[in-house]
Design a binder for this molecule. Sequence first.
Ligand SMILES: [Zn+2]
Length: 165
Amino acid sequence: MLLVRQRALPRAAGVAFVALAVVPDLMHTLPVVAWALFNGLTGDFMLYLRALPDRAQPLPAEVELWSHHLHCVFHSGVIALGVTAATGLWLRVFWWPLAGWWSHILIDVFTHSDDFYPSPVFYPLTYWGFDGVAWNRPGFVIANYAALAVVWAWLLMTRRKRHQR
Ligand SMILES: [Zn+2]
């Protein structure tokens, strides 16, 4: 049986959800972007983006420090829990775009491995990360795109169904 979407989500909430799901992988690039732009080293920034753990590019100590901690902060379930609790106390409801951030943290825990940037989900308590299956392994990449195709097809099919009513 086909799942049917009940109602459209408010666009702003959807945009906020997606933005918070993407932000964790952008924040740690900011110090590197600033350093590369300031020194006219755009090629070095591209190198940084494609680097693998065994070919990590040496960066100036301060850039490395900021980049490292920004990555940890935005991949930490401990910090996300604090932010979720604080916004919950403030708004008196779960601000559900935060689920975008949580989705990123949870997905990263299982899609990184000891050899491929284990996700520091318990930062700042520990740097320990779960030894999952790295997302860049060929089988994983194929399964990932297949899953995206299935979801895309489902969205198209349920959209058509809604329009027929
Ligand atoms: Zn990430």
